[in-house]
Ligand binder design. Structure first.
Ligand code: ZN
Length: 346
């Protein structure tokens, strides 16, 4: 009997040692399952960006709990190519390089193969040309631009790109816009992004090319929670400092901003536009964060345009799928006689 107990004990200890030595990827798998599940359930960019289980937040938690790259990679490599493509911009984030160290070559190859297969070959045809009209949106007269679509005319569209800039993808977005008769858009930039010197230089190029530069906060955190915990100090840091920083890097910033996830509350709105910034929303969400398949984004934007006929479209210039979808969307706008509106403050 005694021998039996000691044999089981040895076996138990051995199993513990073995399981501790061989990472099962359990925690990372739970985190990834939660993130992908939440992404599927998200009905808008706001839902996803402010969810506690979005990828950036989950990856941050894994980093904080000292998850090894071996463990994380064991879980990551079980996901499909489509899922890897979907979260590739978060994986590529400089903060996550230790976490992905063990599988960075492998996941990058799988993501590249996925997007290569998704690359459409839009017919190189001469476009009719799409017109951009520069229009003044005075932040003192129109301080709270939530229902912007109501002040646009039929077939008038404002293209907006959030969360960038990153040289790799934003430059391709800008190249596409240039090809379409120098089309112009609004870029709601994140302060943290422009702190990187290459991205900061690219922010300046975006402004020099005639696009409208605006702010999308410093660290892309949930403004409502920050405000509840820290009051105005959080807004000074996240909104106004970001505004100054982006303006400094880009060479100019318009007095326009968009909250992360697009949401705030009355007290925050009052403070922010009391300081002279107008707040921008959207009425057409491309959901480009939800699928890596550009054809799905193109189809969705076409449906939204058919339904609304005018308004503000939300895209993310950090997404490779958006880079791939944009040419077809521009062709659609051109073929259907849409006019682009570029808001400027004066
Ligand atoms: Zn955002």
């Amino acid at each position: 009997m005694k021998k039996q107990i000691s044999q089981s004990l040895v076996l138990f200890v051995l199993m513990c040692v073995v399981s501790a030595c061989a990472p099962s990827g359990q925690d990372s798998q739970v985190a990834l399952d939660e993130s992908f599940g939440n992404l599927k359930a998200s009905e808008s960019a706001a839902d996803w960006e402010l969810s506690p289980s979005n990828f950036s937040t989950k990856l941050e938690e894994l980093r904080a709990s000292n998850t090894s790259s071996k463990e994380f990679c064991t879980a990551l490599m079980k996901r499909s190519d489509e899922e890897l493509a979907l979260i590739s911009d978060e994986l590529n984030d400089s903060e996550n390089q230790d976490l992905v160290a063990d599988c960075s070559v492998e996941y990058k190859a799988r993501v590249a193969a996925y997007f290569k297969a998704m690359k459409t070959n839009p017919k190189k045809r001469a476009g009719k040309g799409i017109k951009t009209e520069v229009r003044v949106f005075d932040p003192h007269a129109i301080r709270f631009i939530k229902g912007t679509e109501s002040i646009l005319k039929d077939k008038e569209v404002i293209l907006t790109f959030d969360d960038g800039p990153t040289v790799e993808t934003s430059s391709q977005i800008v190249n596409t816009l240039r090809r379409f008769n120098n089309a112009k858009a609004m870029f709601f930039m994140v302060g943290e992004r422009v702190q990187n010197s290459a991205n900061g230089k690219f922010a300046a190029q975006i402004y020099r090319e005639g696009h409208t530069v605006a702010s999308h906060s410093m660290h892309h955190l949930g403004t409502k929670t920050l405000f509840k915990n820290e009051g105005k100090a959080a807004l000074d840091r996240e909104i106004f400092k970001a505004h100054d920083l982006i303006g400094e890097k880009a060479g100019h910033i318009s007095p326009y901003m968009r909250f992360p996830g697009g949401t705030s509350n009355e007290a925050i709105d009052a403070y922010v536009y009391g300081e002279g910034l107008s707040i921008w929303h959207w009425n057409m969400d491309s959901l480009d964060f939800k699928t890596p398949n550009p054809a799905e984004i193109v189809a969705r934007v076409k449906r939204l345009l058919e339904k609304n006929r005018k308004g503000v479209i939300l895209f993310h210039d950090i997404k490779h799928q958006t880079v791939l979808a944009l040419p077809e969307i521009m062709h659609y706008l051109e073929d259907n006689n849409y006019k682009l509106i570029l808001p400027v403050e004066k």
